[in-house]
Design a protein around this ligand. Structure first.
Ligand code: SDX
Length: 428
């Protein structure tokens, strides 16, 4: 089929650019030669219309509310798969056989321990340090301990670093929680599942046995699946940009953690539950809806809206179902769940939210279930980082192994002063 072309008229000249088609989703206009040919840059702050890379990992259709990992819909993965299996799928491209899954899980399980020296890093933090501050520091510090696997040009080094990061994030996150509550660190137990091991390291104590609740284990494993990867979001783009300079994977993931922390991104789960607590009861909802619509008020409905989804975030659907299942099974409830359901109902019937296509996103309900499991709100984004590590690592591997990969170096529209001479101090 004849190549599709896009024409650009600029300065009385016509320029043509190839239009590239993916396996699905929007076409892209290949403008790699545009500056050399036209002397002009494109201008797209926030990258609302920019494809930064080619990827085969995750596909999102924001209008239809579709999320696929290597082609498999998130709803099917959440219902039938496990976080270890989805991790294997993201890293390798296909669902594993039983032997492949067992081998992968065995490998990950045996990388969950931290170098004993890393424990001392925690002691340098105040007890009330935010877990994301600790995660940034400790994950970045991993690059000081694993010199045997930081040659990013060596595929075996990339594989071992990837496994170490996926395996150690639960240990690092659990230790951040233990440090904040003044309890001793609990070492990994290789007899447990990835998620069960994390629950025991977080909530277990040396003074007595810890029995993993299978309902909680399954719910948290599903929550990890929902957070595993999400195309070229802000933190993934941060990891790719850091990796494009050749930085080691531990430093790149630390950069991703830093970006995820922001309340407009992964920090929204913590902010959403704090917002629900501030609203309190459903009768207060109209006041907050009006604040969210007021351009002069910086307040936004946390857990609502999305750069890509202009329909219901499919992850929010699964998250809401999971809240119901866990509450029913554990015979617990939380009045904030009723407030959240009512807030969603009111917002989705309000012309402002309808016109701007603002729907609940993955962060809206997650805090309710994480709180019910026993996590403090300060741990919510650390759990998001724990789960998103496999997505960051898979995206980083995809970028590093791309033969056409170059260092990311955007340009700008300069609006500062043009050249002028220095004025001596005595003349100012
Ligand atoms: C995540 O990118 C990803 O994939 C991220 C993520 C992932 O898995 O990696 O999905 C995870 O980060 C989910 C999003 C979590 N963030 C929040 O819940 C914070 C609240 N949401 C907003 O901050 C906002 O919706 C963003 C940041 C998520 C998206 O912002 P955009 O795409 O830049 O859109 P925008 O800010 O330009 O908003 C468009 C309009 C604006 O009004 P106008 O200027 O056009 O008049 O909608 C309004 C905004 O004021 N708006 C909201 C709103 N979100 C957007 N108004 C009230 N409440 C909100 N939550």
């Amino acid at each position: 089929m004849a190549d599709k072309q896009a024409k650009l008229e600029l300065g009385g000249k016509t320029f043509e650019y190839s239009v590239l088609e993916g396996s699905t989703g929007p076409d892209v206009i290949d403008i790699r030669k545009l500056y050399a040919q036209t002397g002009a840059f494109t201008f797209d702050p926030g990258f609302t219309s920019t494809a930064s890379c080619e990827s085969a990992l995750t596909y999102i259709d924001g209008d239809e509310g579709v999320l696929l990992h290597r082609g498999y819909p998130i709803g099917q993965l959440a219902e039938h798969s496990s976080f270890m299996e989805v991790s294997y799928l993201l890293l390798n491209g296909e669902l594993p056989s039983k032997d492949e899954l067992d081998d992968f899980s065995y490998t990950i399980t045996r990388h969950t321990m931290l170098h004993e020296q890393l424990m001392t890093f925690y002691r340098g933090f105040r007890r009330d340090a935010h877990p994301m501050a600790i995660m940034c520091g400790v994950v970045g510090a991993l690059s000081a301990f694993y010199h045997d696997s930081t040659d990013i040009s060596d595929p075996t080094h990339r594989t071992i670093s990837s496994h170490r990061l996926i395996a150690k994030m639960p240990t690092i996150a659990a230790m951040a929680y233990k440090y904040s509550v003044g309890q001793p660190f609990v070492y990994p137990d290789n007899s447990l599942s990835y998620t069960g091991n994390f629950l025991r390291m977080t909530f277990g104590v040396p003074a007595e046995p810890y029995v993993v609740n299978p309902v909680v284990e399954r719910a948290l494993d599903r929550i990890f699946i929902l957070h595993a990867d999400h195309e070229q979001n802000a933190s993934t783009s941060t990891v790719r940009l850091a990796g494009s300079s050749g930085a080691n994977p531990f430093a790149c993931i630390a950069a991703g953690i830093a970006c995820l922390w922001g309340p407009a991104h992964g920090g929204a789960n913590e902010a959403a539950l704090n917002m629900l607590r501030e609203i309190g009861t459903p009768d207060k909802i109209p006041h907050y809806i009006e604040r969210a619509k007021d351009k002069n008020d910086p307040f936004r409905l946390m857990g609502f809206g999305h750069r890509v989804y202009k329909n219901y975030d499919p992850r929010a659907t699964v998250m809401q179902q999971t809240v119901r299942e866990v509450f029913d099974s554990l015979k617990v409830t939380d009045p904030l769940f009723e407030t959240a359901l009512r807030l969603e109902e009111i917002a989705l019937s309000d012309p402002y939210f309808i016109e701007k296509k603002l729907f609940p996103n993955v962060d809206f309900y997650s805090g309710i279930i994480l709180s019910a499991i026993g996590f403090p709100t300060t741990m919510f984004t650390a759990l998001f980082a724990l789960a998103r590590t496999v997505g960051w690592v898979a995206q980083w591997n995809e970028m590093i192994s791309d033969p056409g990969q170059k260092i990311g170096r955007p340009r700008q529209l300069y609006t500062g002063p043009t050249e002028r001479d220095y004025i001596p101090l005595t003349q100012r």
